[in-house]
Each structure stands twice: as C-alpha cells, then as structure tokens.
Design a protein around this ligand. Sequence first.
Ligand code: NAD
Length: 352
Amino acid sequence: MRAFLYDQPASRVIFGVGALDRLAEEVGRLGARRALVLTTPRQRGNADKAAHHLGNVAVGIYAEAVMHVPIETARAAREVATRLEADCCVAVGGGSTIGLGKAIALESAVAIVAVPTTYAGSEMTPIYGLTDGGLKRTGRDRKVLPRTVLYDPALTVTLPPRISGPSGLNAIAHCVEALYAPDANPIISLLAAEGIRALARSLPIVVTEPAQLEARADALYGAWLAGTALGATTMSLHHKLCHTLGGAFNLTHADVHAVVLPHAAAFNREAASEAMRVAADALGARDAAQGLFDLAVRLGAPIALKDIGMPADGLDRAARLATENPYANPRPIEYAGVRQLIDDAYHGTRPE
Ligand code: NAD
C-alpha cells in the first residue's frame, strides 16, 4: 500500500427524514443564540420552516443567495449578519446558499449549520469560492467548514429532475476524481466508491419518482460521501475544466459537470486505470467513461455543451484557459488532448 496522509476535520452529521426538526437543538448545542437563516429566493419556504423551528433564536432570513457567490452578495449578507449580531448562520439550500454562509464565516466568527437540499457537497468541505469582476477565486480555510450538517431527505423531494440528475452527477464527479487524486487515501477511496454506488442506484429512481423518500435518502447519503471525498482530496482536470467553463461562459455548475465527466474519465482512462476500474464497478458498467455517459442519458441530464449555452467559438479559448496553469492530473495535461475532450463534450459524443 502506498504511504498516505489522512487529516479529516470532523463535522457533526444528523441524517434522516425529519432531521430539520432537530435544528433548534443543534444550534443550541453550538452555544449559538442568534441565527441568521440563508437561502435562495426560490427556497424561501424552507427557510421559513427553519426559522419556525428556531423560534426567537432566528434573528432574520436572508434569501438572496445566488450561484458562485458574487462579492456584492457576500458583502450585503455580511452586513446583515453583523447588523443582526448573528453568531450562527443556518444555510438551507444547495451549494450557492452554503457558499454564502462560508463567505460570511470567512470574515467573522459565526458557526455554520448546513441543511443541504442538493447533492453538490459543499457542506462537507473547507472550500469557499467568491466571484469578483467575473473571476471566481476559491480557497480552503477550516473556519468555513460547517460545524453541523442536517441531511433531511424530505427537503429534497422538491428538487426537480432537471436539477436532481446533474446535481447527482456533480457528486459522482467528486468521487471519481477523489479515486485518482494525487493525495488519494484508502479511507476516502472507500467512501468515494460507496458514494458512486449509492448515487448510481438511486438517481434513476429520483428522476422518475421525485417523491420516493428511500431513493432520495440514498442519493443524499451518496452526496454526503461525495462531499467528504471532495473536501479531503485535490481535484484534477475534470473540476478544473468545469470551473473554467462555468466561469468563462456563465454555464450552470451542475450541468457542466454532467456533460464533462464522461469525457474527463475517458481522458484519464489509461493513466488512472485502477481508479477507473473501481468507478466502473461502482457504476455497474464495463467502462467508467461509457457508464457515466449512459447514466447521464438515463437521467435525462444534458450531455452536450452546445445544449447548455456553450458558444462554438469558445472551444479554443476554453482549452487554452484549462491548460495555461499546471495542476495535478493522472494523464499529463496538453492542449491538443484537452481541446479534443472539449470538442467531444461540446457535441455530446459517447466516449469510445
Ligand atoms: P444551487 O445551490 O445554485 O441550487 C440550484 C437551484 O436549485 C437553485 O435555484 C435553488 O434555489 C434550487 N434548489 C436547491 N434545492 C432545492 C430543493 N430541494 N427544491 C427545489 N429547488 C431547490 O446549485 P448547486 O449545484 O447545489 O451549487 C452550485 C454552487 O455551489 C456553485 O457555485 C459551486 O461552485 C458551488 N459548490 C461549492 C462546493 C464547495 O465545496 N465549496 C462544492 C460544490 C459546489
């Protein structure tokens, strides 16, 4: 066995239907007395529910979270948190909402309690992102890691199939890249494989029967494992490419992941053959890249960049941006290979 480092910060996880009912108790357990509830405009209803559970510990609701945490939104939310003297942020939502909580925690002592309602996995990571002038900057800081995470599958039944599928593939992407990460370790690889298994078996049910709580719970369990894998390892070409494409062409985060993942897996197929064997097994497929593509098709997720807003004249620029700075990847990064990958993803070709 290869030598490894395992240094995983712990967070407390409450998992199960009705977990939200434990919110007040969990916030109290952290010693917090003034909680600001965060969410997106569309999820205001869930924030109201959270505030109701908190009673007079809830000092306000800020329902303005948007994707990629624009610095203006972060500043406005920080001001509200300061004005209300919040000592805790309860983030009820997907990666955008939890990201806003992290932006507040980065510059203050507030504790985050996360209630994730998508499969993005941000709640399990010390990674934050802020977008300033169209450029997204990410960093790692343990102070932004949520202290407590309440996973309540009942809150995810409203996530439409159109978002559930790509969001689940976003989670699978964390697992796939964790398996071949330069700092992979055997514990996280177990979690990553189990995460793929749970998501691959549950997502087809989630998109056809969105209210099926067993499948929702299974998918959320997979998302938890995937988020843990993301937080514990260094991501490679796939995440770099999605970050670049999403930022430069303003594409929806989870959709880009859904489209690019099979092609990133095909790109790394030979260079990370053991990781790909594990991923293929967990998918129940002969080949990981093809299995991921077929799963995306089955979920009705987007499979081509051209269908999610990528301009045809942006492919060269995307390949340049993705290759100009060096980063870890099993197969060496070079322009021609990445340009071909982007071309395949643009057209939605099934990996051979
Ligand atoms: P999101 O949070 O933007 O949510 C997508 C949409 O789904 C939103 O309109 C939201 O209101 C809606 N929604 C969420 N939950 C719902 C529910 N249960 N029912 C109905 N509608 C619901 O999208 P996301 O994919 O979860 O997060 C993407 C963002 O998170 C990106 O900015 C990405 O960079 C970031 N992210 C960060 C990390 C990290 O570790 N820092 C990890 C993953 C993603």
